[in-house]
Design a protein around this ligand. Sequence first.
Ligand SMILES: *Cc1c(COP(=O)(O)O)cnc(C)c1O
Length: 357
Amino acid sequence: MIIQKSATPRIATFDPQNFSFGDTFTDHMIICEYENGKWGDVKLIPYGPLPFTPAMMGLNYGQACFEGMKAYKDDEGEVFLFRPEKNFERINKSASRLAMPEVTEEMFLGGLKALVDMDREWIPQGVGTSLYIRPLIFATEEVLKARISNKYMFAIVATPAKSYYTEPVSVLISDFYSRAASGGVGSAKAAGNYAASFYPTQLANQQGYEQVIWTDDSTHEYFEESGTMNVFVRINDTIYTPPTSEKILDGVTRDSFIHLAKRRGIEVRIEPVSVKKVIEAQKDGSLKEVWGVGTAVVTSVFRALGYKGEKLELPTLPLEESFALSLQQDLVNIQNNKSEDPFGWRMKVGKEVLQDA
Ligand SMILES: *Cc1c(COP(=O)(O)O)cnc(C)c1O
């Protein structure tokens, strides 16, 4: 790895009590370029802009994918990644689906560890806070031909994240728009999937809903995901989540919730969840909770579901009665090294003395 430390670090001006998530970047970033059929050297360099032309293929044809993950700092100041091998596997699945070259373990895990170690002072301490990490791959070839690019960049940037706590939200069950199509790229973290979701989300916002529950593209009768999160439904004391597919992204948080629920002895059913079943359960009072899960906020609890002009209210349960919040707490405790790690999910980031090139 080629290392070039920032000559003008901004860490001294960073106030962990007062910053804005998503637009405050740490002092460094990882980059690695692909051409002539292979990846070059991994570089850890000062964070900042890179020169590109509007003719870059990634911008024109959307050949771009990314990951979202976090690093956590415990009370002693030790730093941990959470199941980073899952994100490594997934970015390569996304890359393959978009006809992009896969990245190596050295680039992905090696790059992550080096960046997080170098910028460890940027990781806020305290439950719920973390460092949000964004690895991405995009096509950089300067050519306007609709074909597979021959040049790419892999990069990793990081931004401090605040407490995950969010208020319960209202969500609109989509009966027209879909996020993913059969045979499409829904299971890849393709940049374009997000672009396609913004307009329907904006329409939902105008109707007073924070998010959209995406339903299947052919019948709109089955739940798929909620916003950019996987979805769970609790009817009586059983929780349901749809199986992953080419339309439903295989979330690390979803998988972790399934393990944690089973550990608590909760019955988990991975099966298609019909809108009809959820609405009937809401009407007869057996629908206890509906929530979304993802790395960014861990859990987003829903307080109402909108469907065909009707707003169906959901109870908001206290922590002791809520599966969503109890499982969230189990997960956060593991991530922050506040509890045992029964599944071996934490990966400690050692302190290395990094030398300038
Ligand atoms: C990233 C993402 C998720 C959540 O995945 P996590 O690994 O849990 O963060 C769910 N759905 C979509 C569409 C996503 O892009």
